[in-house]
Design a protein around this ligand. Structure first.
Ligand SMILES: [Zn+2]
Length: 184
């Protein structure tokens, strides 16, 4: 059988006469042969197990690389396996980091929820939900009050008293929303 991947005697001689490393030269020639799609008589060194047999057998797939004197098919190439594992590890780390972020957000939400519940219960113990729902109205009322715009009057005292009355109405109306005794 012709072994095209083997250094010929002439090639070996050439490498030696140039002071080269024969082993390295042989490796390089074999690697180039495999890379070009050449077939080896050697089998992949991996032991494989098929589902129905208890005993393993040597992998029969086409040899693609040589690593440290052993031959491997594409999927059993130790470097390929290493790369695949590294990718898996990176994906796992990414997922873990994303989970940590999610957990931190959930923790914040839980803290906000319990603080909000406490505050609402304090304001209206019999109907804290009314407080939660009325919060927006309260804020709107406060914005209105902060502008202090009452019914206008040319008389300064009347204008002042109008403003107080109108702002009181705004506050009373808004407070109704959170003071309601129970959910209807
Ligand atoms: Zn294999």
């Amino acid at each position: 059988m012709i072994r095209e991947w083997k250094l010929t005697d002439k090639e070996t001689e050439q490498v030696t006469s140039r002071g080269g490393n024969v082993v390295e030269a042989q490796k390089a020639k074999k690697q180039a042969y495999l890379a070009a799609g050449g077939n080896m008589t050697e089998q992949c060194s991996r032991e494989v197990y098929s589902g129905d047999s208890f005993f393993g057998h040597q992998c029969t797939k086409k040899v693609m690389v040589e690593r440290e004197g052993k031959h491997y098919c594409k999927i059993h190439d130790p470097e390929y396996i290493l790369g695949k594992n590294r990718k898996k590890q990176e994906e796992w780390e990414k997922a873990w980091a994303a989970k940590q972020v999610r957990r931190a957000e959930e923790k914040k939400d839980r803290e906000l929820a319990s603080a909000a519940i406490e505050a609402c219960k304090k304001i209206n113990p019999s109907n804290p939900m009314a407080v939660a729902k009325g919060m927006g109205e309260i804020v709107e009322a406060l914005k209105k009050i902060s502008k202090g715009e009452g019914r206008y009057s040319l008389d300064r005292l009347t204008h002042a008293s109008n403003t107080i009355e109108d702002m009181q109405d705004v506050a009373i109306e808004a407070l109704k929303s959170v003071d309601s005794p129970s959910v209807v």
